[in-house]
Design a protein around this ligand. Structure first.
Ligand SMILES: Nc1ncnc2c1ncn2[C@@H]1O[C@H](COP(=O)(O)OP(=O)(O)OP(=O)(O)O)[C@@H](O)[C@H]1O
Ligand SMILES: Nc1nc2c(ncn2[C@@H]2O[C@H](COP(=O)(O)O)[C@@H](O)[C@H]2O)c(=O)[nH]1
Length: 214
């Protein structure tokens, strides 16, 4: 696969997707992951109730507030936040294990989480903000997903402006008009970021061997 099968040893990166709820980041994340063997999803811990079709350990680790606070107080999260009245957190262990293997970690987290990860791991972080084509389309997508009751849809729409106001804190911004086009754009960003010289940690040895010591 172009750009996805690098031969040079490289340092894994932390690829963060944020957006207002319903803009499409989970859908795009799924599509990226199914075609990329070098990227692993960071499965978050949450206190939100499970939606139909979601499974424990794949979409989220669903826990009680008591368990969430125990993990938080035990420093098991790389970042955590309260989003729409529920707690969400990124377990540190999977992230560190994956990066150590030279693979990338994909995060589907909000702006609060993105800011926290930037603070602790700025060099490894690449942040992409996904915008919807319009407010009307955002609401349409939230309803089309048909997984949340009306009051939840309203609550998420009410918070959309607050989330979108953080767009300028991101490295890249994609307006998600068309899924296939957005997926291609995301993949282009990923491939270019993987090729950054500082991430290709095996390059120096290869070049040294080619040009010799003199
Ligand atoms: N470009 C697109 N065109 C049309 N529909 C889309 C597009 N992208 C995503 N969708 C649809 O919009 C709905 C919401 O997408 P998704 O669940 O991925 O949003 P999200 O940003 O992850 O939301 P949340 O933050 O709540 O998890 C889904 O039904 C998805 O299929
Ligand atoms: N800061 C974090 N935000 C997270 C995390 N996991 C998910 N999220 C964000 O929460 C909202 C709602 O998600 P939903 O699955 O309930 O629709 C969305 O913006 C996610 O990106 C996390 O670990 N930390």
């Amino acid at each position: 696969m172009i750009g996805g099968d690098l031969k040079v040893a490289r340092r894994g990166l932390m690829f963060i997707l944020s957006s207002p709820s319903g803009a499409g980041k989970t859908t795009l994340a799924d599509r990226l992951l199914t075609k990329d063997g070098e990227m692993v999803l960071s499965v978050s811990v949450t206190t939100r109730p499970r939606r139909p079709g979601e499974s424990h350990g794949k979409d989220y680790f669903f826990v009680t507030e008591e368990e969430f606070f125990r993990m938080r107080d035990n420093n098991e999260f790389m970042e955590w936040a309260n989003v729409f009245g529920y707690y969400y957190g990124t377990p540190t262990s999977l992230v560190q294990d994956t990066l150590r293997q030279g693979k990338d970690v994909l995060f589907d987290i909000d702006w609060q989480g993105a800011q926290q990860l930037d603070e602790v791991a700025g060099e490894d972080v690449v942040k992409v903000f996904i915008l919807p084509p319009s407010r009307e389309e955002l609401e349409r997508r939230l309803r089309k997903r048909a997984q949340d009751p009306e009051d939840v849809v309203q609550k998420r729409m009410a918070k959309a402006d607050a989330e979108m106001s953080h767009w300028a804190e991101y490295d890249y911004v994609i307006v998600n008009y068309d899924l296939i086009e957005s997926e291609e754009l995301l993949r282009s960003i990923l491939f270019a970021e993987r090729l950054k010289r500082r991430r290709q940690v095996g390059l120096a040895a290869i070049v040294k061997e080619m040009i010799g010591d003199d």
